[in-house]
Ligand binder design. Structure first.
Ligand SMILES: Nc1ncnc2c1ncn2[C@@H]1O[C@H](COP(=O)(O)OP(=O)(O)OP(=O)(O)O)[C@@H](O)[C@H]1O
Length: 276
């Protein structure tokens, strides 16, 4: 692959029966960068990731990915074998990627220690907590230092301290040159990505570096205790934020939108037919 090219999907349309899961979606995942996919339930995040690893077929568009042996994938489901111990999971995956002996031992030692799983080495995966099992799945995905790392909500269920360490491991993989694409529901995590793709109902709403995404709101966001249009408002702490389309006079105090506001306002704007 030349330096200008990126892994990713281009103009991808995926349907499941009558459901259009992705409609003309493009996501670029350059080497050495972490690209975040965000969006509500059913937005299409998992479908993009599954298309990249060859699990779903596209109706239109193209998928650019290395061979399966150079992809690390953490699926939305656990990503490890329930009836194998942590050590057996690592050995099994390591060997299937051609890692052996001292190289495998050293790599797995480091990863398990960083993920806080050293003490759980002899436990069966099914005996781990949800968060520990996510971390094991991550270790397996990253074990063979893949060219493309595909992570479906890697930190869901992981405690805040472990999330920080997990993020370090993700950043280190990118720093070594790995192209990383991950879906996340944690917007603080999304803000640390090099680029974001905000999806809604199978469409790309916003795409670009996080600071650019923050400027992408059309219309105005206000803060209020009692929204004028409850269908255009969302709770933020004890108050509500409310979105106003361009041209409509906003009531309430105007706020600078953060990423959560951007994701919601962009989705409301699309539903209202306001061009991005
Ligand atoms: N195997 C499938 N069969 C039928 N419909 C599917 C299938 N997989 C996904 N879909 C539909 O495609 C759309 C996108 O789903 P997808 O799982 O990609 O969304 P998501 O953004 O990952 O959501 P979530 O965060 O809830 O997992 C949804 O409407 C979903 O119901």
């Amino acid at each position: 692959m030349s330096a200008q090219q990126a892994w990713g999907v281009r103009d991808l349309t995926v349907t499941f029966g009558d459901v259009v899961a992705l409609d003309d979606v493009s996501v670029d995942v350059p080497d050495g960068q972490v690209v975040g996919l965000v969006g509500g339930d059913g937005a299409g995040k998992t479908t993009v990731l599954r298309a990249l690893v060859g699990e779903v077929r596209a109706q239109r568009g193209s998928v650019h990915a290395p061979p399966a042996s150079r992809i690390g994938y953490l699926p939305a489901s656990s990503g490890s074998w329930a009836e194998l111990s942590v050590r057996e999971n690592v050995d099994f995956v390591g060997k299937s990627f051609g890692l052996r002996g001292p190289a495998l031992a050293a790599r797995s030692e480091t990863l398990l220690e960083r993920a806080g799983l050293t003490g759980a080495r002899d436990r069966l995966a099914r005996q781990l907590s949800g968060g520990m099992r996510r971390k094991l799945g991550f270790c397996l995905a990253v074990l063979a230092e893949p060219e493309l790392l595909v992570l479906d909500e890697p930190s869901t269920g992981v405690d805040p301290v472990s999330r920080v360490e997990l993020w370090r491991l993700v950043s280190e993989a990118a720093a070594r040159g790995t192209a990383v694409v991950m879906s996340t529901t944690y917007l603080d995590e999304a803000e640390r990505c090099a680029a974001l793709v905000v999806l809604d109902d199978g469409h790309v709403l916003v795409s670009g570096p996080p600071d650019q995404a923050l400027d992408a709101v059309t219309g105005t966001v206000t803060v209020t205790t009692s929204p004028t249009h409850p269908e255009r408002a969302w709770r933020r702490g004890r108050e509500h934020h409310e979105w106003w389309p361009p041209g409509e006079r906003a009531h309430g105090q105007v706020v600078t939108p953060d990423l959560e506001d951007v994701v919601i306002a962009a989705s409301l704007a699309r539903r209202a037919g306001v061009p991005a």
